[in-house]
Write a protein that binds this ligand. Sequence first.
Ligand SMILES: [Zn+2]
Length: 505
Amino acid sequence: MAERSQTAPEAGNDMGNDDAIGGNVSKYIVLPAGYCGQPKKGDLIFDACFESGNLGRVEQVSEFEYDLFIRPDTCNPRFRVWFNFTVENVKESQVREIVDVFRVVLRVIFNIVNFSKTKSLYRDGMAPMVKSTSRPKWQRLPPKNVYYYRCPDHRKNYVMSFAFCFDREEDIYQFAYCYPYTYTRFQHYLDSLQKRNLDYFFREQLGQSQQRQLDLLTITSPENLREGAEQKVVFITGRVHPGETPSSFVCQGIIDFLVSQHPIARVLREHLVFKIAPMLNPDGVYLGNYRCSLMGFDLNRHWLDPSPWAHPTLHGVKQLIVQMYNDPKTSLEFYIDIHAHSTMMNGFMYGNIFEDEERFQRQAIFPKLLCQNAEDFSYSSTSFNRDAVKAGTGRRFLGGLLDHTSYCYTLEVSFYSYIIGGTTAAVPYTEEAYMKLGRNVARTFLDYYRLNPLVEKVAIPMPRLRKEKPPPSKHPFLRGPASNYPNGKGDKRRSVNHKDPSNPF
Ligand SMILES: [Zn+2]
């Protein structure tokens, strides 16, 4: 990148200077060095004082180059990955003039200089997202305009630089690490679902974070909620890490499918109770943090002993799960926590390691079935571990707490792309592709519980189906479809279902 000018402020101790970043920039005008007058057109204005915004500092390197500093997570300077900011006051005429006269495109270069991670999908073609007033749909920048490298000017820190051409003077441009998904968007989404008055969708406030509410959804047929009914529960959580926005798109895909009139969704609601807490860290999401809560805690390391005042949302969810576990009428069968991954491609899962080989094998069944349903889900990237550093995660803690008939997973999805089997080309994820993964997760429960034959019956209006008990199994812990392929081999009938024309996937 360009030499730093003598007059530009000293970029200095990039990592060490993070403590100088107190909050987001607010309509920050970058004036030319030595100029003290009123800002002119072309003096860029940066802003991140909006929901989920993040930009801590701007330093001008030259007329067309800026160093940008991510604001660290609140109360935790270790995490600096998520960015989301606007740029306005672009001087379009200048750009056009140069294009016409010199036949070159004038580009502004932004350097994001204080990432806390070194490994990144930027090396593999990932690019920041951009939208503008006149083009309100998020797009990824062309990867050829993005560079990720160790920079000698920044203590050999990794820097991501991207070149951008501003082409409309009146537009406000917004740049982000990935598709934003804010707390307000989430609340509007839930409000719109509630307005539909569905008799199988219930929304309650499970708790309160420091500033915002923790929503809990229950999606099931009302019959499953009557007094004394036995329940098979699938518990799903998302956005414990607030910067992992793809988690919300996947979660919305699950919810949208489960509340739909699709025959598969109707069968799932008849047989299962879905408990979903889609946004476990609402304050972190609102603030534009990457990993932590308002108080600076990585909530996914505090499952062992969450405090009601320091980790209130986690405390609330854990209490509910323990209560369900202790209820003899409730069988908590699945726990899935949805995240996004900053260095891996595809969707994949993390599971637990158990001494009991059979339990270990049974745990592999759900990801194998999901792999058959979702082209972007990779079973080969799915792994099982018991690293000490992951001991405080929901997946590990609940895997230890719940009995051997429960399965606990972390579902990860790439911030960037997926590679379809047999090809090498990376397909960048869109918001829709993330939601589709969610729909496929929901649909996989049909295969797991082997409810497929019921779908066609439900498709034709007919008297209500009686709930059927799963056939007795040789192994008391193997239920539903799992009993027939404990080694994770796919059910042959799956392929028949795959061709079902009613299948929207
Ligand atoms: Zn995460």
